[in-house]
Design a protein around this ligand. Sequence first.
Ligand SMILES: Cc1cc2nc3c(=O)[nH]c(=O)nc-3n(C[C@H](O)[C@H](O)[C@H](O)COP(=O)(O)OP(=O)(O)OC[C@H]3O[C@@H](n4cnc5c(N)ncnc54)[C@H](O)[C@@H]3O)c2cc1C
Length: 461
Amino acid sequence: MAEFDTDLFVIGGGSGGVRAARIAANHGARVTIAEEYRMGGTCVIRGCVPKKLLVYASHFHQEFEDATGFGWSVPPVTFDWPTLIANKDREIARLEAAYTANVEKSGARVLKVRAVLEDAHTIRLASGETLRSKYVLIATGGAPNHGAAIPGIEHVISSNEVFHLPHLPRRILIQGGGYIALEFACIFAGFGSDVTVVYRGDNVLRGFDEDVRTHVRGEMEKRGITILTGCTVAKVDKHAKDFTSHLSNGSSIASDQVMFAVGRHPNIRGLGLDKAGVALNPENGGISVDAFSKTSAPNIYAIGDVTHRVNLTPVAIREGHAFADTVFGKREVRVDHADIPTAVFCQPEVGTVGLTEDQALAQFSHVDIFKATFRPMKATLAGRDTRMLMKLVVDGSSDRVVGCHIVGDGAAEMVQILGIAVKLKATKADFDATMALHPTAAEELVTMRTPTARHVRAAAE
Ligand SMILES: Cc1cc2nc3c(=O)[nH]c(=O)nc-3n(C[C@H](O)[C@H](O)[C@H](O)COP(=O)(O)OP(=O)(O)OC[C@H]3O[C@@H](n4cnc5c(N)ncnc54)[C@H](O)[C@@H]3O)c2cc1C
């Protein structure tokens, strides 16, 4: 009898696990992958993909309004939430089937079941069956975390439930200041809901460039979203038809739904990590891994959100691919976590890559800032009160562009391409040498000539 039933057992059929399973199978490994909910994981089932579909849907409201300035007469429009949700669910089901089919086509075996570790090589399935595997990959992702157990927490929904609401809430309170909270605030505002954001910090989007934070908040407020900072939801009361949220500042807010998006925790509960000798990272609570995603158990690896490094789909995919190449492809591959482009699909959208101004100031003695805010051309005839922000952060000593930050339509698409320039270590002179493409918003990135701020730190005596 063979010592192992399979060469690789992957726990979790999300972005990272699916990629790792497919690539390992392509390298000739016997692969088994277990998924306890739906193949595709958070991104496909209740994250990036359904969210972006809702973002697209919520944009139409503004488009209809703006069209009149361009000569269109738009008849009164109506929106039907159940139609949107049903269409979205159909697309997600299609993607889920495609994910399963692609993994199976690679030769991997898919088990729709929860799996946990008995020891470093033994996996126990919820069906009671056990399997022995030479290697194990933990790719169990993360889950919403509601924070402190305040009275009435059972009435609060997370980003998991928000995709399945039977009705569009007329009024919604969203607690959180990160990207998921702001994206859903803008989605619901786009559908005409009355939206209040409650955030304990002093401004939204902690960790982003300060100019981006201020600009986004101002633009969201212009769109009618109420943003309350420096307070939290202390209690939620449920009534027959709605809810009252009592805030730490003594005020209270009535709404039809209360959603929290205050953070996510790695999915490690009940996984049997201690039985298998897998240690956690005390700094972030995720599974501790080395540069090749190897855990403290030599045959067990972990990738994606469960390691709590950079919780983004393309990162989980890259880590899964690198793991499969390293362990089964005879080619050691490390993932470079520097300069990862990222977006917030709020309205207007944020795209950012590289260092914020504050991060650059901490690293370099000479930092030049190039910044422009302007009214996008489309807003002129539309009569819309909105401004776009473009910002370049430059290491003044080497002339390297070390950070790009954009708030405005198309920011995410622009920053994906700008990410190549930043990765190639392009200088401000390279940006200046690039011909503008007119008329675009992006041309601003190659035409900002004079620094708006110049920080020079005196050399230490
Ligand atoms: C609302 C929302 C919006 C997002 N938007 C974006 C975005 O725009 N861009 C972006 O890059 N990222 C986005 N993300 C983050 C992105 O979804 C994650 O970074 C990504 O899905 C992580 O992939 P993963 O493979 O690590 O885990 P996941 O995709 O979470 O997959 C883990 C899988 O493991 C399964 N599982 C867990 N435990 C077990 C077990 N014991 N046995 C069997 N199966 C198990 C789970 O059911 C899940 O399917 C978003 C996330 C959320 C919540």
